[in-house]
Structure formats: structure tokens, C-alpha cells
Design a protein around this ligand. Structure first.
Ligand code: ADP
Ligand code: ZN
Ligand code: ZN
Length: 721
């Protein structure tokens, strides 16, 4: 906190952390600046002269080579290794700076995820390119001169309404300004972000006894420290509909009452509008929402409101873990099992892991919540439970339907149940019409020219599409190899099922990645008196439609067919989450699970609503196989157009890794070609996280720096999903 500009950020007078600091000794003259560039080879920080008032977290424009770049001050120093005359002067100091603790968090992230400080700092920086919006503000002049002409009635009315922003009447106000009656100034104004209210507005309910106990534990944990130790993070494990959100709201109120800020992470704003509106309804303007659907200007304004303390609660997806909130007291990670918390760009951070670090550093409490928590969280966090639904209703009975000798997408039982249900949710985790197209005569299969995967037929758009790279081509009329017109379509996706379900006679609302306005679609389904919500895993996320009486999972074991140690966990969560969406109303409900693997442990446990049984078995299996949380995984992927270069590079990385204490190294193993690039991967499975991460980073840096590696790209993924 060196030389922070005193800018009177906080509106009220509760400025514990922002005492004006007087420096007894001169402030160091050198600023260490990390330029925000994506080039991996560029490793800062670089030394510049430190302008007055600049400290850790300041954002500067600095000359860098032949251009100017934006950089973040990550340190200050008494002296530089550079001779004084080569120490450059920054061009400008930008008017938004980062809280120093976010600079710290970014530098930690760069190491933790084998990335660079620049890339990590870019993630925690304010939304780029946006400025505060300036509008004209009119107020009565302090000392109006005597008037020669009388004012019109309209002018008098105008004067009586001031001060306020000028709107369509700017010209009229200008005339009054010329007469010395009004002062017009440009002021930054906040772009109002409209938070749509979804679902019925509910008054704050009295807590159930279970909620009261859970809240008491959370509050006790929040107030524990001040002895230098961070509160121990908690896992709120509660079945769907057990009132977890209400507990988050109360815990947030407690944090605010203690003058501490709050971050609430949610999987995807478009799919979970209900939790956003519940926070806005309860806390009003002190809630800021940060997500990618906001216009850059709106993002800027929401960010600034958090930065200056006028908003103290941030609700948003994974990137909201970087919300610039000072004196943080609580971080909530809702639906903590959701895979969207993992970021797929470099740094490949996991917001749940970053949230733990940030909470620990800030002395804040982390509360992760889910009906289907990850084995990792169950293993590491102290558990608080909400064992029953708020309304006391049992979870709906689940019927497993064996599809091994069935025909068609829907079992007769399923069709009958759909006809009877007023409202239903149907989950099929595949988009498109058919997921495999081939020639019935010669067997030619249509695959992506860029990736080694089959193309998916999308009938409405009349094209075959690759779901990995976006490649598209026209639906073939005849075989390109033998000319036959007999083309086979195999496997049904949501588009095909939508067609089949239309036969049931209900309106079908299809929700998948092909749908642009997910929020609008969910609202239409909510309002409709009858209907079927059909879609990919998106339909199993946090919405709450009380009148849904039937949930159906089609091909529940599709997620099990992926060769991934998390396949069981994903399948369990998918089935259990969908089951939680049905039967929330007075009519009760039921769930049907169609599967080719009726005996699979994850499916059977989900059908019994037996999360504990599943978690026990899964943790035992992971321990036996030394999978997380009993080890740490790091995935290294090499890719290039040339297959030899890839294998060569992967072997070189393998050699550079050498022996890592307590770790086994799997591979190199080939992966399927993606976007025209051949790929190979290595997996480090290590007992000691820091050692394994460090070894992986060092090996990749060494190999990537070699001449022979031109054209080969390397990616390191710590805790891959
Ligand atoms: P979860 O997040 O565990 O799925 P919610 O917090 O969404 O559960 O609660 C489910 C429903 O119960 C919501 O409609 C919520 O408004 C309502 N609810 C929560 N707590 C109470 C309570 N103590 N009394 C009455 N209704 C409640
Ligand atoms: Zn053919
Ligand atoms: Zn492709």
C-alpha cells in the first residue's frame, strides 16, 4: 500500500482499511511494472520511474519497445539494476487501480497454474476499453444575476426541478445557462444495469430449524478469527430445495452488518437468474452483478461501484471471484460441483480453488454449497447439512428404465408419463439431430476435416457441424466415396427428440447451446400452463419451477462412456440434480431415468437419493486409484500440425520431467486431432502439489524454449476437469 492516492473512495465514514497513510520516509522511486501482454516469453516485471501517488495495483501506460502498453505495478523498489538514464517514465496513470490483494492473488495464480503474471493480471484487471459515461448535470447557479426579461412558465418549472441530469431538455437548459441561472457540468453517471426479477418475489421467510442451525455454524465460523487465522471453509450440503439460498442470503446480511463484503459465485447467470434476483430483491443497490453479457460500459460501472465501495456484494460467474471488494467477509460458491467454475483459457484457473485462497488471505469465510458436492470438497471441507426440503416433501421417487432391448428414444412408460404430466423437464446431453452420419452402402463416415470426430447433423440449419471446432458443411445428398444415396443417421440429439416429443402434444421448449436467449426461454416455460422443457445439462441447473411434476433423463449413462475418472461423479450429479427439479410443488412428482447401464453405481445411488453412499464409495475408489483428492493431477498437452513434432516434443517433456518425488507420470499418449492440430498428452499424478506444479512448469519452459519446437504449442492444466 505504498503511496496510494487518497481519493475519498468510500461514501460513508467506515474507512477502517483506508486510513490515509503518511510515509515517514520517502517512497521508493522505482515502480516494478508487469505489462499486460499475452506473449509467454515476456517475463517481467520491468522497472520504470515511479510517478507520484503510484503504488502496488496502480495501472499505467508505459513505453515498451516501440509501443505503449498497459501495465500493472506489482512492486516498488529503492533502486533498479538499470542505469538511471535508461529508466523510462510512464506515459500516463490510468484512473482505475487494482486493490493490492488482487495483485497478490494474480501473482499467486500465475505460479499455481503455470501461467504468466501478465495473463493472470489481465484476469483481475477492470474490464478493458470501457470508460465512465459522462452526461450533463444541471444545477441552479450559486449566484444568479438579476434578470432583465421575465422567465417563461416552462423555464420556471425547469429551474424548480434542479439539480438533475440533463435529458432531452439540454437546449432549454443551455439557454438558462447563458442567462447565468444554471450551471452545466459533465459528470460520470452510472449505466443502470437492469436485473430482471424472475420467479415470485418472496418476503424473507422465517428459517426452518435446520436452516437456523446451519446459519449459526456459518456465523460462528465467520466471527471466529481476528487471531490471525482465517475461518475454516464450510461445505453446505443440502438436497435441492432445502433452502441453501436463504442461508446464503442470511449469511450475507450478517457479513454486511459487520461491514464486510460478499462474493457470491454462481454457475451461469443466464441459467440461474433466480439467485441473482433474490440477492437484488433482498439487498438492492449494494449488489453488483458482473458477467459477460453486460455491455463493456455496464461492466465498467459495476466494477467501479465495487471498487469504490458503493456496492458491497458481487454476484457473478467464476470471474466474479476477482471482484474488487475490500474487507471481504464471505465468499459463497453456489452449486460448487458445476464444471463452469473451471476456466478453459490460460491461466486455467479453478474459481473454487482461487476462492479458497482469496478467502484465506482476506480472513473471509468460504461457503461452498451443493446437493451433489464434489468428493474433493467432502474430503477437504467441514460439512454443514440441510437434510430435507424446506416444504417437508420427500424427494420424488426415481424409476430406472432399462433401455438395452428397447427401440426408439422414448420407452413406453416415459411416453405415458409425459402425456399425463402438465409440466416436465427432459434431459438429453447431446445437441443436434443425429450424432453420427454414415453411408449404408460402403460405411463411409462423415468426420470433421479439422478434428478426428464425427460430425453432428443439425436438420433445421441443414448442415453437419463439428462440436469441437465449429466446422460446418451441407448435409450430403449422396456418399462422397461410392455415390450411394442411402445415408444413415444414428443416435438422437435434442433436436431429434424435440421432434419426437412434439407427438406427445405439449409445447416443447428446447434449451441447449444452439439457443441464443436461454433466460427468455426459461421465462416462457415458467409462464406456460403446460409444456416440456427439453435440453442438455443446462436444464438441470439451479432453476426452481414449482409446477414441474416429471423429470426424465434420456440416456443417463452417456456421461459414463467418457474415459474420465470424474465420469461417475458427473453422472451422479446430473441425475440427482434433475431429480431435484421435479416435484417441488404441492402435486409432488416423479423421475424416470432411461439408461443402458441400469446397474451403474452412480445411477443407482442417484435413484435412491443416496449422496452419502455415493460419496463414500467414490472416495474409496479414488483413494485406491490415487485420484484427486488423494493426488494432484497436471495435464500437459503438446500440439502441432506435424504429428512427428508433437510426439517428439511430448517425449522431450517426459525426459525433462525426470523423476518427481511422490509422482507418477502417465504418457505421452496421443489425443484426437483438434482444429487441424495433432496432440499428445502427459499426465503428472503427484502427491505434493507445489513440487509437481513446479516440475511441470519448468519442464515445459525448458522444452518450449528449444529451437526445434517451432510450431509446437504447449498447455499446462493444473487440476484438469
Ligand atoms: P436450494 O437453494 O437449497 O435449492 P432454495 O433456497 O432455493 O433451496 O429454497 C427452495 C424454496 O424454498 C424457495 O422457493 C425458497 O424461497 C423457499 N424457502 C427457503 N427457505 C424457506 C423457509 N425458511 N420458509 C419458507 N420457504 C423457504
Ligand atoms: Zn458410400
Ligand atoms: Zn472440428
Amino acid at each position: 500500500m505504498v503511496g496510494r492516492r487518497a481519493r475519498g473512495r468510500r461514501k460513508n465514514a467506515t474507512t477502517g482499511a483506508r486510513r490515509a497513510v503518511r510515509h515517514p520516509r520517502p517512497v521508493p522511486p522505482v515502480a516494478k511494472v508487469e505489462p499486460i501482454t499475452t506473449a509467454r516469453a515476456l517475463r517481467g516485471p520491468f522497472d520504470y520511474r515511479r510517478p507520484d501517488g503510484v503504488g502496488i495495483g496502480s495501472v499505467l501506460v508505459v513505453p515498451f519497445g516501440h509501443r505503449d502498453v498497459v501495465g500493472v505495478v506489482v512492486g516498488v523498489a529503492e533502486a533498479s539494476a538499470l542505469p538511471d538514464e535508461r529508466l523510462a517514465q510512464p506515459r500516463r496513470v490510468l484512473d482505475h487501480d487494482l486493490p493490492p490483494d488482487l495483485v497478490d492473488l494474480a501473482l499467486w495464480m500465475a505460479d499455481e497454474y503455470c501461467s504468466t503474471p501478465a495473463r493472470a493480471l489481465a484476469l483481475v484487471s477492470p474490464p478493458p476499453g470501457a470508460r465512465a459515461k459522462l452526461t450533463w448535470w444541471a444545477q441552479p447557479a450559486a449566484a444568479p444575476p438579476p434578470q432583465e426579461r421575465p422567465l417563461t412558465e416552462r423555464q420556471r418549472a425547469l429551474l424548480a426541478q434542479l439539480p438533475r441530469p440533463a435529458a432531452g431538455d439540454l437546449a432549454a437548459l443551455r439557454r438558462l445557462e447563458r442567462r447565468g441561472l444554471v450551471t452545466l457540468t459533465r459528470r460520470p453517471t452510472r449505466r443502470h444495469v437492469h436485473h430482471e426479477s424472475v420467479g415470485a418475489r418472496r418476503a424473507q421467510p422465517a428459517l426452518t430449524p435446520d436452516q437456523t442451525l446451519a446459519l449459526a455454524e456459518i456465523e460462528a465460523a465467520m466471527s471466529a478469527p481476528d487471531c490471525g487465522e482465517a475461518p475454516r471453509p464450510l461445505l453446505l450440503h443440502g438436497v435441492t430445495g432445502s433452502g441453501k439460498t436463504e442461508v446464503y442470503l442470511r449469511a450475507a446480511a450478517t457479513a454486511l452488518a459487520r461491514d464486510r463484503g460478499v462474493i457470491v459465485l454462481v454457475p451461469e447467470i443466464a441459467l440461474t437468474p433466480q439467485i441473482v434476483s433474490r440477492f437484488v430483491d433482498r439487498f438492492g443497490d449494494t449488489v453488483a452483478v458482473l458477467h459477460s453479457k453486460l455491455a463493456p460500459g455496464e461492466r465498467h460501472d459495476e466494477w467501479s461501484r465495487l471498487r469504490d465501495g458503493s456496492a458491497r456484494v458481487c454476484v457473478g460467474p467464476r470471474s466474479a471471484v476477482f471482484a474488487p471488494i475490500e474487507r471481504l467477509g464471505l465468499i459463497v460458491v453456489d452449486e460448487e460441483h458445476d464444471s463452469s467454475y473451471k476456466h478453459e483459457g490460460d491461466p486455467r484457473y479453478d474459481a473454487r480453488h482461487v476462492a479458497l485462497r482469496r478467502a484465506e488471505r482476506a480472513g473471509a469465510l468460504l461457503v461452498a454449497g451443493s446437493a451433489t458436492p464434489r468428493p474433493e470438497s467432502v474430503h477437504a471441507l467441514r460439512r454443514v447439512r440441510l437434510p430435507a426440503r424446506v416444504d417437508g416433501r420427500p424427494l420424488p421417487p426415481v424409476q430406472i428404465v432399462d433401455m438395452r432391448d428397447g427401440r426408439g428414444a422414448l420407452h413406453p412408460d416415459t411416453s405415458h408419463a409425459l402425456v399425463d404430466a402438465r409440466k416436465a423437464i427432459v434431459l438429453l446431453n447431446r445437441r443436434g439431430w443425429s450424432n453420427f452420419v454414415d453411408c449404408r452402402s460402403c460405411g463411409h463416415a462423415w468426420t470433421c476435416p479439422q478434428c478426428d470426430v464425427s460430425l453432428v447433423l443439425h436438420r433445421a440449419q441443414n448442415h453437419l457441424a463439428c462440436h469441437h471446432c465449429g466446422h460446418r458443411e451441407r448435409v450430403p445428398q449422396r456418399c462422397t466415396d461410392c455415390g450411394s444415396v442411402s445415408i444413415g443417421r444414428h443416435g438422437a440429439g435434442t433436436e431429434r427428440l424435440e421432434h419426437d416429443l412434439a407427438q406427445v402434444g405439449h409445447e416443447v421448449f428446447r434449451l441447449d447451446a444452439d439457443v441464443r436467449d436461454a433466460g427468455g426461454l426459461l421465462r416462457r416455460f415458467e409462464r406456460a400452463p403446460r409444456g416440456i422443457l427439453l435440453g442438455t445439462q443446462m436444464v438441470a441447473k439451479g432453476h426452481d419451477f414449482p409446477d414441474v411434476t416429471l423429470g426424465v433423463v434420456i440416456d443417463a449413462d452417456s456421461t459414463l462412456r467418457f474415459p474420465d475418472f470424474r465420469a461417475e461423479e458427473r453422472t451422479f450429479a446430473l441425475v440427482a440434480q434433475l431429480a431435484g427439479r421435479a416435484g417441488r410443488g404441492p402435486g409432488g412428482g416423479r423421475v424416470i431415468v432411461q439408461t443402458l447401464s441400469p446397474a451403474a453405481a452412480s445411477i443407482a445411488a442417484a435413484a435412491r437419493h443416496d449422496a452419502d453412499g455415493f460419496l463414500d464409495g467414490e472416495l474409496a475408489r479414488r483413494e485406491a486409484l490415487r485420484y484427486p483428492p488423494f493426488s494432484h493431477l497436471i495435464r500437459i498437452v503438446c500440439s502441432a500440425e506435424d504429428p512427428h513434432a508433437v510426439l517428439d516434443a511430448a517425449s522431450a517433456v517426459r525426459a525433462a520431467l525426470g523423476d518427481i518425488r511422490g509422482a507418477t507420470i502417465l504418457g505421452p499418449a496421443p489425443l484426437f486431432r483438434l482444429r487441424g492440430r495433432e496432440r499428445a498428452q502427459l499426465v503428472v499424478k503427484g502427491a505434493h502439489r507445489a513440487a509437481a506444479v513446479h516440475a511441470a512448469g519448468a519442464a515445459v519452459d525448458a522444452v518450449a524454449g528449444e529451437r526445434a519446437r517451432r510450431g509446437v504449442a504447449f498447455s499446462v492444466d493444473v487440476d484438469p476437469q
